[in-house]
Design a protein around this ligand. Sequence first.
Ligand code: KG4
Ligand code: ZN
Length: 337
Amino acid sequence: MRRPLVLGIETSCDETAVAVVEGLEVRSSVLASQTEMHARFGGVVPEVAARAHVEAIRPLVHQALAEAGIYSDQLDAIAATRGPGLIGALMVGFAFGKAMAWSLGKPFYGIDHMEGHLFSPRLEFDAYRPPVVVLLASGGHSQIVSVREWGDYETLGATIDDAAGEAFDKLARFLGLGYPGGPAIDAASQDGDPSAFAFPRALRDRPFDFSFSGLKTAVVTRLEQAKEDGTLPPRADVAASIQEAIVDVLVDKTFNAVEATGARAVAGGGGVLANRRLRRRFAEEAERRGIQLFLPSPAYCTDNGAMVAAVGVDRIEGGAPPDPLGSDVDPGMILGA
Ligand code: KG4
Ligand code: ZN
C-alpha cells in the first residue's frame, strides 16, 4: 500500500524548516537558519524570529516540493508544529500550514515539537521502536521519556530549571564563544582537557531529573578563583570541563532510566544530541550494556521539518482524525502531560 505523503512545517524557534516525507522516507528537507541574525544579540529575539519565518516560509515550501519532485495537490496532508515554542514563531508555520490545507482541501495535523524529536530516529532506523528510553534535550526542554508505544509516553524525569541546550548557550555566552552555544562549546572542547575543572553534577539524589542553573554560578566562581591564583587554564580546557559536566549528567540519568525500566534500547533527539562528546559517551555506554542505540544524524537532531511530517504520517496511519482548522498553537505544551 502507498504510504502517506506529508508536508512538515517547523517554526517553533529560530529555524524555518520544511520537509516532504513519504511514509518515513525523507523526499526533501530544507531549512532557513536565522542563527546569524540572532548571533548579533547573543540569543533568539522572538519578534525577529517571527518576522524572519514570515519571509522564509513560502519560498521554503516551494523548494521542499520542488526538491521532492511533487505538486502540492499530490500531498495527503499538511503537518505543522503546534508547540512548544515561541508563540509568534509558532503562529507563522501553523497558520501557513492551515491555510495550505484549506486551499488544497487536505487534512491538517498540529504536531508536538518534542514528539517530533522523539520520532526523528525513525527517519533513519527501521529497528527503532518501543519499548525504548529516549533522552530529549533541546534549547528549551530536557526530559527522559519512556516510550511504551508510539503515542504512549511516560516522562520519567526532566530538568527542574534550565534545559541542557540553554546551559550550553548561557555558558558559551559567558566564555565569549557566541551563539548558538552548543556547537561553539563542542568545537572549543576538541583539544581541551575535560578533567581540568571538576564542575558540580547537580541532583545526584534524584535519579532521572536534571538541574543546570547552578552550573553557571559554579563556573563563574571557579574561574574567578583561578584567575586570582594565576592558574587560569586555556579556554579549551574550560569548555571541555563544562561540556563534560553537562554530558555526565545527561548520560548518567538516561542510563539510570534504562536500568529502571529494563529497556533494551536507548535513543535521543533534540539539538544537544548533536554534541560529539555526548554521542560518544552514549555509544560507549550502550555497547557496554549490550543494548541498542538510536541517535539521529546531527541534521535530524536539530530542528527540521521531516520529524514533524513523520509524526503526521503516524497519525494518518493510526487513523487519528485531523485537527480542526480552527485549532491554535500551544506554546507551553508538554509531552506526556
Ligand atoms: O532542538 P533544537 O535544534 O531547537 C530547540 O528545539 O530548542 O536545539 C537547539 C539547542 C541549542 O541550545 C543548541 O546550543 C544546542 O541545541 N546544540 C548543541 C549542539 N548543537 C546544537 N548542544 C551541544 N552540542 C552541540 N553540538
Ligand atoms: Zn527542537
